[in-house]
Design a protein around this ligand. Structure first.
Ligand SMILES: C[S@@+](CC[C@H](N)C(=O)[O-])C[C@H]1O[C@@H](n2cnc3c(N)ncnc32)[C@H](O)[C@@H]1O
Length: 428
């Protein structure tokens, strides 16, 4: 394998041109760290597929590739392990009508204004340190919103709406989207935390939270986002683990894969949306939270007994990095071995679903752990060759300004990630 950066890549020029195109508003529905820039799926969906084709993303996150597929009249299949991400992506790609949302918005706002719902202790979701994160009146207003949404869909006009569950999910995800802004956590931070800045603003009386007004603004704004596709194609986002999920029913069905896998031991994606996951009841206890964190690719929350034995991979070059790391730090060695063993299973699934001649476009970075460089892109390509892929192109992609906050977050947990690549494989 000759893994050489192509400095004259035509694909890089193609992507750079695509980056000048305006970005769809729907991408801003909900914050999500580690989002792909939409130009990546857009450029390569246009280049490698036709209308009606099927695009796959095994790490679909908040659904950037899904949205871009629908925009270009392609079907989409995704897998995502984090239930809140799967829901965000599903809401963004549901066939909702702006006109219906406007009617529902008006009715919901009326219900909110005239409501006399009572709130009792059992209405409060389990959130670790709930009173630390949310003021008392904020908690009550958030519960009230949920009650009004339930009422709208279960007892009011929602009953007569086609696809009512999809519309209901829209409103629930808007609560999730505004949650950080109405919490005590600093909105400028990637991970929820109460900063000195927030404390100072609080002392100076400069924090004015209005849950209902934020919600009203947010639903009105988001209703206008649903004009980006005519929904002649569908997105199907499966909740599951890409290393284990059975995709045999999609064998040889996929025309193109566009994805960005998690980085080795970098961002704890799940932690960035911790408050939203607890409040929206996607996780109901700290045990459930730890359990989900454990299943995620790139998980670095390992207990000592978990890294006593370190499994090697079938690849000598990867094993030499693992063995070297074992002499420096056993836990890091385990994280690396787990990452490549898991990614191998995902690559196997990619090879299963992709049509012969189809391309895989991957955005990935190298990592550094304990000052040792891990050539993630090169190693993944080594594995891919074992599953019938050939390297088609590899070029550098500058980290864009939008992901600066993420870069900071990455660096908090692992060393600086030096290069972001786009790698393109072709299935023989
Ligand atoms: C870099 S993010 C992808 C972001 C996505 N492209 C977007 O634009 O929102 C990687 C995603 O992989 C998900 N993930 C981690 N381990 C997974 C697994 N075993 N199976 C499926 N998804 C997984 C994470 O929850 C995260 O959403």
């Amino acid at each position: 394998m000759d893994f050489q950066i192509n400095n004259n890549s035509e694909n890089k020029s193609l992507l750079d041109n695509e980056k000048k195109e305006p970005r769809l508003a729907i991408h801003s529905f909900h914050r999500y760290y580690g989002k792909l820039i939409p130009a990546i799926p857009s450029a390569f969906i246009k280049k490698y597929t036709n209308e009606g084709d099927l695009i796959f993303d095994p790490f679909s996150g908040s659904g950037t590739t899904a949205v871009e597929s629908l925009k270009l009249n392609r079907n989409f299949l995704g897998v995502e392990i984090n239930p809140i991400a799967q829901k965000i992506a599903t809401v963004k790609t549901s066939p909702l009508k702006k006109e219906t949302l406007i009617i529902l918005n008006d009715r919901l706002l009326e219900i909110i204004k005239n409501n006399d719902f009572e709130i009792c202790e059992t209405d409060f979701p389990y959130v670790q340190n709930r009173d630390h994160w949310f003021k008392d009146f904020v908690q009550k207003d958030l519960i009230l919103l949920k009650k009004c949404i339930d009422y709208l869909f279960d007892n009011d006009i929602g009953e007569n709406i086609e696809n009512k569950e999809q519309y209901k999910d829209f409103y629930l995800m808007v609560i999730s989207a505004i949650l950080r802004n109405v919490s005590n956590a600093d909105t400028m931070h990637v991970f929820p935390g109460i900063s000195k800045r927030m404390r100072r603003l609080e002392e100076e009386g400069k924090i004015h939270i209005d849950v209902i007004a934020s919600f009203e603004r947010a639903i009105k704004k988001r209703a206008t986002y649903y004009n980006y596709t005519n929904h002649c194609c569908k997105a199907n986002i499966l909740l599951g683990d890409s290393t284990k999920i059975d995709l045999s029913q999609y064998k040889d069905q996929v025309d193109l894969i566009v994805t960005n896998p998690p980085y080795i031991s970098s961002v704890r994606y799940i932690e960035t949306l911790k408050l939203e996951m607890y409040w929206m009841e996607y996780i109901k206890s700290s045990d459930e939270y730890s359990c989900l964190a454990h299943q995620m690719l790139g998980n670095d929350r390992l207990q000592k007994k978990e890294y006593e034995t370190i499994e090697l991979t079938p690849y000598a070059e990867i094993n030499s990095v693992i063995s070297n790391m074992e002499t420096i730090d056993k836990k890091s060695a385990k994280i690396i071995s787990e990452f490549f063993l898991s990614i191998e299973k995902v690559i196997e699934n990619m090879s299963l679903v992709l049509k012969s001649g189809g391309k895989v476009v991957i955005k990935i970075s190298d990592s550094k752990m304990k000052k040792v460089k891990i050539e993630t892109g090169k190693f993944m390509t080594l594995i891919a060759e074992n599953y019938g892929f050939v390297l088609h192109d590899v070029f550098l992609d500058e980290i864009n300004n939008n992901s600066r906050s993420l870069t900071t977050a990455r660096n908090t947990y692992s060393d600086i990630i030096t290069n972001d690549y786009i790698i393109i494989w072709e299935k023989k």
